[in-house]
Design a protein around this ligand. Structure first.
Ligand SMILES: Cc1cc2nc3c(=O)[nH]c(=O)nc-3n(C[C@H](O)[C@H](O)[C@H](O)COP(=O)(O)OP(=O)(O)OC[C@H]3O[C@@H](n4cnc5c(N)ncnc54)[C@H](O)[C@@H]3O)c2cc1C
Length: 296
């Protein structure tokens, strides 16, 4: 299908991009990798008058790794981050599950966050690592924490004239284990149900920090707070994992669609959470054991 007519502005810098957004107002859209926006335009579900292309803006094409965490400029592609060995394996594992390599080669990290698809990995990851985004407009900038960024399906706190200039995905504790699991109909499809777990346990497997984020199941990615609270202070074993998994969907408004009913998502999701918690606890235990061995 052909795209509707639009004016095109190739921004050569962040300042140029926000100036263009200010000039053209709400009818302008940022063009990142175009992997979501262009199909929506072809389907006439989005008909912007002006596209402000940031993909080649020199000052937005960098990412900076800090202790496994990373700050990513708006024009950095998913694939660039996924293939940087300095980036924490939790982050790289999430990125590797996004669509196919061709999509990750064009699509951007910040574009995926701005798009805020409820089944996308990156908004869920932002929640799991308690990250933030930097929003910049011609009149100034602000930093928005993950918990305040996504307001609903495909809806964020980005105001007219603002763009996501960068996202920060902090490192998780060195002693923490992690897991990313999802069920999709085919490899590369959006998740019918997905979970990201970060668990920090001591050598006796007592839990000091638990983060469980569900995606693909509700209007936005959501923290499974009942499961997190059930694990805190407990020894992570078969019983506590089962109990937490059973609680994972408490208070979550699970949605069904033609690909999977709400009941299917709840039941399959609980099994997924159990498997992810087991894996995260094992990884944390391995880390703890190997650090203890290194000290001995
Ligand atoms: C076949 C297919 C399969 C896919 N599978 C998955 C999947 O499994 N998981 C997944 O998460 N995604 C998937 N995607 C989506 C893909 O990850 C997109 O690349 C991503 O959602 C959007 O990134 P983009 O840079 O292409 O953004 P664009 O398509 O350019 O833009 C998307 C939206 O975000 C806005 N935007 C972009 N950048 C910024 C910015 N810096 N600041 C403010 N607003 C901005 C645009 O204006 C637009 O509204 C898939 C896409 C396709 C085509």
């Amino acid at each position: 299908m052909k795209l509707p007519a639009f004016a095109y502005h190739r921004a050569d810098s962040l300042a140029d991009a926000v100036d263009a957004l200010a000039v053209h107002g709400p009818e302008a859209r940022v063009l990142g990798g175009g992997q979501s926006l262009l199909p929506l335009m072809a389907l006439r579900m989005s008909v912007p008058e002006v596209l402000v292309d940031i993909s080649t803006a020199a000052d937005l094409r960098h990412h900076e790794v800090h202790d496994g965490g990373v700050t990513v400029g708006a024009a950095v592609t998913t694939r660039t981050l996924e293939t940087d060995p300095g980036v924490h394996p939790l982050i790289r594992s999430c990125l590797a599950r996004i669509g196919h390599v061709e999509i990750r080669t064009r699509g951007t990290v910040c574009g995926s966050l701005a798009h805020a698809d409820p089944a996308a990995e990156l908004p869920a990851l932002l929640l799991a690592v308690e990250g933030s985004v930097e929003l910049v407009a011609a009149h100034g900038s602000r930093v928005v924490p993950a918990a305040e960024f996504v307001a609903g399906p495909y809806t964020t706190s980005i105001d007219d004239g603002e763009l996501v200039a960068a996202a920060t995905l902090p490192a998780i504790a060195a002693s923490a284990g992690w897991s990313v699991r999802e069920i999709a109909r085919r490899s590369g499809d959006f998740a019918l149900v997905g979970v990201i777990c970060v668990l920090d346990v001591d050598r006796s497997r007592r839990c000091h920090d638990a983060r469980v984020v569900l995606f693909g199941v509700a209007a936005t990615a959501v923290r499974a707070t009942a499961a997190e609270e059930a694990l805190l202070g407990e020894i992570v074993d078969g019983l506590s994992v089962e109990q937490a998994a059973e609680l994972a969907f408490t208070g979550v408004d699970v949605l069904g669609d033609l690909h999977g009913s709400a009941e299917y998502r709840r039941r399959a999701g609980a099994r997924l959470v159990a498997a992810a918690l087991d894996e995260a606890a094992d990884r944390a235990h391995d880390t703890t054991t190997s650090r203890a061995a290194a000290r001995a």
